[in-house]
Design a protein around this ligand. Sequence first.
Ligand code: FES
Length: 85
Amino acid sequence: MISVHICVGSSCHLKGSYQIMKIFQEIIKNKNLEEKIDLKASFCLGNCTKGVSIKVNNEIFGNINPENAKEKFDEYILKKVNNND
Ligand code: FES
């Protein structure tokens, strides 16, 4: 199970974390990844200048926005699912 936290702290929230949450939920549903990915909201990840921030397992990634969310999901999350890591 891969744990994914999307920051919903105030700075990230303003940059669209809610939309990113929706986009990720949609991808997880469409690809039937509910059993493999545990998606949650998180308080500030301490990476506000590079928001929106997400944490995948213990790694933090920034600069995610509603426009690049799909691409970033593939890059940071889907790859891990496929590697079973
Ligand atoms: S509000 Fe998201 S990292 Fe601080």
